[in-house]
Design a protein around this ligand. Structure first.
Ligand code: HEM
Length: 406
């Protein structure tokens, strides 16, 4: 075991971006609680499943980045205005209040009612792709599908989808262009600002003209019940828009690659589509889109695996490592669609457990099911090692492009 701080540059190499699982295996054995130092901020990575679950429910680990210490400044830098207070970066009781306002809308029964609309969006997207014989499945399918679903749910008009998509993609792909870092940061800030302004204007427009959508329901909660402050209307909408499509898009891409590179499993799923719900859980365990849970802050000195984590430290729970912990998953680096769901934490754990879990599962089941049904003999158009991925600094694990032929 070591408690030497590993420089981030040593950990996050190009090989790591292509395949982080050998590194996670090494950390689980040699440094299950690993201090990592970087220019922006130091953090402790927790890589075993039992510790990960304990940390995600540990009241000494706070999500309140706005409390004493203003930790968001340390994590996201001095120009982090785009990051606003929302349920994901707050603790109970504030978190409970912010989550309660929207939790009804994400109840499984409500989400089930969206099934025909999701299927329609999937079919429309595939109608355009299928005759081409080739596609970039990120651009043409995985990104627009969840974006259109969450936009519909929130009440973002279809005529605005393209520009909202442009802004969210600038934020999502941050760090992957050849531009100098200052230009890249400026572009992300501008996209965040424009998106914030757009959502603030949309909220005002809906206030005078409410509809049967989630933004109108949030306005109702603000104006009539007082359960939501004015500023929280936009920050909640921003979070739902982002959380609602980013992870799902990256998951659809990762899951497709996993199936295309494991043809026996792809054929199995084609032959037994009833396996889909179980297969989606395994695909999420196998290569999830959120490798590390959002940052937690130690509010006092704590100890995990004999490693002291001083008060004020940032703690990263490595979801994708915990989901490959051999203590809990036999032969963890093998994709086995018949595997029992097991204790994976791909949707998180504890009070911040994914609010959109039912929606994410439904989109993935319909989306992956339709890809298998409608794309004859799909295959990667480039070797898997050459797929362009989001950079190591991204909080997400996903692809910039997914060229396929069929
Ligand atoms: C939280 C994963 C799709 C909304 C989370 C967390 C994870 C996660 C791991 C916990 C983060 C943490 O504790 O730091 C995923 C995955 C998805 C997905 C893998 C797709 C495959 C969605 C969708 C929505 C959504 C479709 C819809 C709006 C949220 C929200 C939170 C959250 C609002 C914060 C909950 C809270 O703080 O109480 N998600 N998510 N997610 N997710 Fe998802």
């Amino acid at each position: 075991m070591t408690d030497r701080a590993v420089p981030a540059s040593e950990l996050y190499t190009d090989e790591f971006v292509a395949d982080p699982y050998p590194t996670f295996a090494r950390l689980r054995t040699d440094a299950p609680v690993c201090p990592v130092s970087s220019l922006r901020f130091d953090q402790y990575l927790i890589t075993r499943l039992d510790d990960a679950k304990a940390a995600l429910t540990d009241p000494r680990l706070s999500k309140d980045l706005y409390g004493p210490g203003q930790h968001y400044l340390r994590i996201f830098g001095p120009n982090s205005e785009g990051l606003n207070k929302n349920m994901l970066n707050s603790d109970p009781p504030e978190h409970t209040r912010l989550r309660r306002v929207v939790s009804q809308a994400f109840a499984p029964r409500r989400i089930e009612a969206l099934r025909p609309r999701v299927a329609e969006i999937v079919d429309d997207l595939l109608d355009k792709i299928v005759p081409q014989g080739q596609a970039d499945l990120m651009r043409d399918f995985a990104i627009p599908l969840p974006m259109m679903v969450i936009s519909d749910l929130l009440g973002i008009p279809a005529t605005d989808h393209d520009r909202v998509l442009d802004w969210t993609q600038v934020i999502r792909t941050s760090g992957s262009s050849r531009r100098p870092p200052e230009q890249e940061r400026a572009a992300v800030q501008e996209a965040q600002l424009r998106l914030n302004h757009y959502l603030a204007d949309l909220v005002q427009a809906k206030r005078g003209n409410p509809a049967d959508d989630m933004i109108s329901a949030l306005i109702e909660a603000c104006d009539h019940d007082g359960t939501l402050a004015e500023s929280e209307l936009v920050t909640t909408t921003f979070l739902l828009l982002f959380a609602g499509h980013q992870t799902t898009a990256d998951f659809l891409g990762n899951a497709t690659v996993a199936l295309l590179t494991n043809p026996d499993q792809l054929e199995l799923l084609r032959a037994k589509p009833d396996l889909l719900p179980q297969a989606i859980e395994e695909l999420l365990r196998f290569d999830g889109p959120l490798p590390v849970a959002s940052p937690r802050i130690a509010t006092e000195d704590i100890e995990y695996q004999g490693v002291r984590i001083p008060r004020g430290s940032i703690v990263g729970v490595v979801i994708n490592s915990a989901n490959h912990d051999p203590e809990h998953f036999a032969d963890p680096d093998r994709l086995d669609l018949c595997r029992d769901r097991g204790p994976h934490i791909g949707f998180g754990h504890g009070v911040h457990y994914c609010l959109g879990v039912s929606l994410a599962r439904m989109e993935a089941q319909i989306g992956i099911g339709a890809l298998l049904r409608r794309l004859p003999d799909p295959r990667l158009a480039v070797p898997v090692e050459q797929l362009r991925r989001l950079p190591a600094a991204s909080p997400f694990r996903g692809l910039l492009e997914l060229p396929v032929q069929f």
